[in-house]
Design a protein around this ligand. Sequence first.
Ligand code: 0A1
Ligand code: ZN
Length: 862
Amino acid sequence: MADAQTATQAPVVTRREDYREPDWRVPEIALDFDLDPAATRVHATLQVERNGSHDAPLRLAGDGLLALVVRVDGVVAEDWTMDGDDLVVPLSGAAHTIETEVEIAPERNTQLMGLYASGGILCTQCEAEGFRRITFFPDRPDVLSKYKVKMTADKARFPVLLANGDPIAQGDLDGGKHWAEWHDPFPKPSYLFAIVAGDLVANRGSFMTMSGREVQLGIWVRLPDLPKTDHALHALKLSMAWDEKVYGREYDLDVFNIVAVDDFNFGAMENKGLNVFNSRYILADPDTATDYDYDAIAAVVAHEYFHNWSGNRITCRDWFQLSLKEGFTVFRDQSFSADQGSAAVKRIEDVRGLRASQFPEDAGPLAHPVRPDEYIEISNFYTATIYNKGAEVIRMMATILGPEKFRAATDLYFDRFDGTAATCEDFVQSMEQGGGVDLTQFRRWYSQAGTPRVSATLTQEGGRARLTLRQVVPPTPGQPVKEPMVLPLKVKLFGAVTGRALCDEQLVLLKDESHEILFENLPETPVLSINRGFSAPVVVETNRTAKDLAFLSAHDDDPFARYEAMQQLMLDTLVTSVANGTGDHQAVIDAVRNTLTDANLDRAFIAEAVLLPSDSFIGDQMTVVEPEAIFRAREALRQDLGKALATEWRAAYEGSLANRFEYSPAAKGARRLKTVALGYIAASGAADADGLAFDQFRGADNMTDRQGAMTTLVNGASPLREEALEAFYTRYQGNGLVLDKWFQTQALSSREDTLDRVERLAAHPDFTLSNPNRARSLIGAFSVNQRAFHDVSGRGYRFVADQLIALDKLNPQTAAKLLPPLGRWKRFDEGRAAKMRAELERIVATPELSKDMFEQASKSLD
Ligand code: 0A1
Ligand code: ZN
């Protein structure tokens, strides 16, 4: 394997400070593909130009390629050499035409990088470094070229031939073959290159841009999936309109195509004019997709579309700048989704996601800054830090600038850097100039890893209150000492007696290690509301009592802050229960009752607010995580809530029984609250709970209700559990995306025997490591199931390590992405830590380990 990392080979580390401009530019490239799953011929013609005065040869990256022929200016060259995987061609002039020819085998490409086959479709994935698996090229994002692409293929097997840009010509050939030619007028980096060939049909639409150009839209899938593409097409049109209205960005080609494939390493890819998607982020109908799936589809369609400006028109100079496009684009897709429904619920979901994935990353061995300084394998840096913390960094700048200045600053950024490969520094400078602010100290968000911790203490003397803020940025690997950050904290005070606001919301910029704010003339005892809307991605510790938190959960006028107060109250209660083995649940019960019965709140918000923090998030608050004690404490609280509020849960359940499926914020909220209530009814031990769940399962006219009910059964002890699983499996046997849910629901079960079941499921005929979605649905889900994965025997660790070692041989990227849970050994007791380390050591010692896995596992051992 080309990128195998053996123990004797020193890993090659790429460093940000070593960046140099490319020696050669490639303003134009023509590619000619003779497509065949077993043997595809790729003929490339590159116009190359020397960049500056130097005598360096032309170095073209390859990965597992063999040059069949190399021509320079039309003449077969003999003086080229191979340096590892790279093709090196000595050249004398300032500009030349270089031709190469290679042969590749897409059907044998299990890594799903470069040109590969998925369910009979040929497709490509080039980000970050997949283009070099297709042809020899300076495969780095700062080399921008105009692409002309010709594809020839068997017409019966591959009737549809797509590429970036606009279709130019097509025709038939002898022997049942045909061809098509596409040109992309926009210079682009090689990672945005794409072709697709297959037996596909399109759900077609069109969009009139703000300057009156009509764009032809197509969502391409296999024929049976066509009825499931309306939601994605609708989301695409909404995204196009939103980017015009909110950022003034118009689409720039005559066509925009999206193709869905079943085998894909990530969510989707923003190739210019030809997005390629994991089918789970396109296909939806009420019978097979949950509300969560519908929302995720709209968000990912928007994300990839928004990349056309934040990523494609302005790309990244080098991969260290990845968050330039990803952080900004996530911020854009989050804002888009917030505008489609409840902004508060969207913010709650995003923060929950950040805390579940990014905070642990920032606190562990793989912590890295939003703009990393070095990497071994760039694929390992498509992380929650680059994406989600990166989005928080953009959000903080938007908060500091305010909406008008932020828009002026993004206009400046788009105008100034259009058509270039830019840096995070370019973006920050645009914010400074467009917003008229100094972000010198703010830049530390790009360079320092770790989640800042803020302590906020409010003390009162008569009509005065003093708020003392302190910040600490914890040490992270390679960064033992940190400088203070700029933390934009939205703050407000409420009267403890009347519930009235005692001041306007203030935006406090905490810049020093500590800072004090005085509030004068307070008519009553104040209660502190801080980090409202989660204005800074930090951990806040306050001296607020359970009473204060309960009060805020009922009275704060910022819905996020209400949610947060409830979460904090629940967390404090649970952490105390874990420590003492028992706890006082009354304050939580009262607060949940208040929320549940508040007629002014919408159901979607209520459902989020009354959910207990996850086992893992409770663990994150502890010095040493105790999985069993956490599970017991959480279950005890769930049971008490279920019993104490039995009437209220029933009322919420019955009040949310919708008649027919509808995809609207209100109907989604009703479904969500219904299943949350069902969970509490089951937790209370009510005699009819299993029957209720089974009725919901059987009677459901949509996947949200069906899967919600199945999850409740799968966590419980009733025999109906097996019946539901069986029925679900039989009904959806032919549908891969739904079978993923079947595997995932079982892997996430809170039952004691989950580990046994997951081991059995790994041997199920429908389980395979070669489909990334399937691998993630079992291994990925299991390893975030704190109770099951951290089984004291260590069997959970061994199971995951065995699977990852096997997966690494097929698909190193996907394997390496699943490794981090094993690396969190420092957070556990000695017994578990030793067992986790032993598995990491076994992985590192595996012969022919990929560099993807080597980097993740070896860093996790430090
Ligand atoms: N740029 C894509 C993410 C992506 C990255 C690498 C891939 O290779 C397997 C695929 C997709 C996005 O942000 O959506
Ligand atoms: Zn992206």
